[in-house]
Design a protein around this ligand. Sequence first.
Ligand code: AMP
Length: 129
Amino acid sequence: MSIFTKIIDGEIPCYKVAEDDNFIAFLDINPNAKGHTLVVPKKEVNKLFDLSKEEYLSLMDFSYRVAKALEKAVPCNRVGQSVIGLEVPHVHVHLIPLNAMADIQFHQKVKLSNDEFVGLAKSIADKFE
Ligand code: AMP
């Protein structure tokens, strides 16, 4: 069982941004930038292109809606999207508010307090449609 399935099942906590029957979005715990969000299918599948085309397109649709909320909640040059999965073998889309190339490079991390995580998750969730 992946760490993200444990989050989906409520066994471990997350800073939740959005959820429906098939997807959940929550803040990355070790963010590249403020507002770095992960969008995860509830069905545990390892690799992005192991999803059916329909599942893939649904994931992109949900990610689009989360990205729109993120753009409204977190001032930035643009929201970047990346799929890696080398650390957690459960499909997830990274949505990252970008101001510089370093923000998408997964080297430079920002430290946030619990209150900052809570505030960010709420402000993105409030903008989610
Ligand atoms: P990757 O699999 O390389 O796309 O990276 C996995 C991402 O998941 C990293 O950015 C981690 O910081 C993030 N991550 C790992 N565990 C958690 C967790 N419990 N809650 C939120 N994000 C996590």
